[in-house]
Design a protein around this ligand. Sequence first.
Ligand code: ATP
Ligand code: MG
Length: 597
Amino acid sequence: MVDQGHDQTTDGSPGESIDFIREKVVADNAAGRFGGRVVTRFPPEPNGYLHIGHAKSICLNFGIANDFDGSCNLRFDDTNPETEDHEYIEAIIDDLAWLGFTPAGEPKYASDYFEQLYTWAESLIERGLAYVDDQDAETISAQRGGFGQPGVESPHRDRQPEENLGLFRQMRDGAFADGEKVLRAKIDMQAENMQLRDPVLYRIRRVPHVRTGDDWIIYPTYDWAHGQSDAIEGITHSICTLEFADHRPLYDWCLAQLDLPSDKPEQTEFARLNLTHTVTSKRKLKELVDTGSVDGWDDPRMPTIRGMRRRGYPPAAIRAFMDQIGVAKTNSTVDVELLESFIRTELNDTAPRRMGVVKPLKVIIDNWPEGQVVMVEAPNHQANPEAGTRQVPFSGELWIEEDDFKLEPPPKYYRLSPGQEVRLRAAFFITATHVDTDADGNVVAVHCNYDPESEGGQAPDGRKVKATMHWVSAPHAVDATVHLYDRLFIDDPEGTEGSETDPAQVLNTGARETTAAKLEPALADCQPGDVVQFERLGYFAADLDDSTVFHRTVGLRDEWANLQKRRDNTQGSGKQKGSGQNKNKKNQQKQKNAKSQ
Ligand code: ATP
Ligand code: MG
């Protein structure tokens, strides 16, 4: 398991940045609760791929287990056979490992406990705590009422245990059609908390289950399965997102009815991760996949673990980001630029530097000796001499970036233009003389002269140039396909609380630009998944299936620092995102990031 590097101690004395859930664990341990055990779980429903929001829950649950010498289970919450699939189970197991976490023992499944859950349900019935209702879902829902509105009791609420038991067994045995009957807890139809108004515990679904096949046609609801699964596994701290807060009394009620040891699991809620420009809902992500808006769950534009992995996000950077944003009790939205700054910081340290031209323009050096090739030495990492150097072939025909040449340069344009001298990284000074154009007047090649005295990128007379550009020798270039990415959503696709936005309305259909790039020969050695820096352009990941395809992981500019600067300038008037408690920490990180660029 990965050490999350939290600075709190686990001996009961909180360190400086301990979050409220860890505080609770510390207090529980100090009070001798759970005998000092700390067991958490990550409970995904296998109905989609994991996304960045799940990564937060994973880092929290595994992080706490790790910090307190406890353990964390992976438990599939597989109680909805309609939407669940093996594909998702396998992907979740794999993605968890990729993120750097090892669950305790084998993966667990709520479906492993179906028989026990059924037995417990019969015991509720026998004690008059549950009844079979013949009404349909709409009626039950309407009768539930609402806040300040009374609930209406079902006409079947006072069925006797004997009859209920018989009916429940018939439900299991297939005597009724789907939806014809449900089992409900008999709690309180006037409870202020709607969850306690006789919630449904079992429904009939003739759908083969991903693991139990046709063994069952009745399935427990989340509320009947979750707390009991926690109890069976000896979970101590059952951590979930805020939307489950009003389920907590029901969670406790279910456990209270069962013959369990006194140290029952306890549910604690935290604020889910919301990110600007990002969908963090499996349902909405599935819609993007199903409508063909993206290539699949692993499309690099997707905020799925699969997508981020293909795009070259290092798992360590995702963990560091989660550590940084902390755990809050109220919902907020974090800038996606902050996540990207963590990706950039990590890659800045780890990614070798290479040269690649993503939008190539031909340069012809007219005074270069015909056919000559020289090898120039280029550092693999400017800030880290230990990364060594490599030899890069240089010839009289090169590719440069289209943007690095202007026939009519605007003011303060210091890159190549007619008469302007520039440095080619690790090679020579060149000066543009004239261009070749096509029939439409587009520049197709730039003719230059080079200064043979400037080998290595320095002129012996000490004259300076203002621009240093990357390049690739044309006869040696490796062809590659490069995908440049923009945000998948031009605005926040989740909307604000209470007013949901339709992600399709803010989808950026131009979020991917594909180019035919020319790369230096060393890039032919990239293995699938390798991430390198193309100098001046950003970090690029070799595709996992085809290493002649590169995805731009993230650009070089620290957009997060820029965003903060813009906000500082419009102080008070700008909309402030992110939880206040993390602001100082964030600013420190900003400075750290800025320094390391
Ligand atoms: P989705 O809405 O994307 O389907 P979910 O909560 O239904 O999410 P689950 O598979 O039930 O998906 O989630 C597994 C765990 O991950 C749950 O404990 C859930 O609370 C947590 N989780 C899901 N989304 C987020 C998020 N955005 N931030 C933090 N935790 C999350
Ligand atoms: Mg869920």
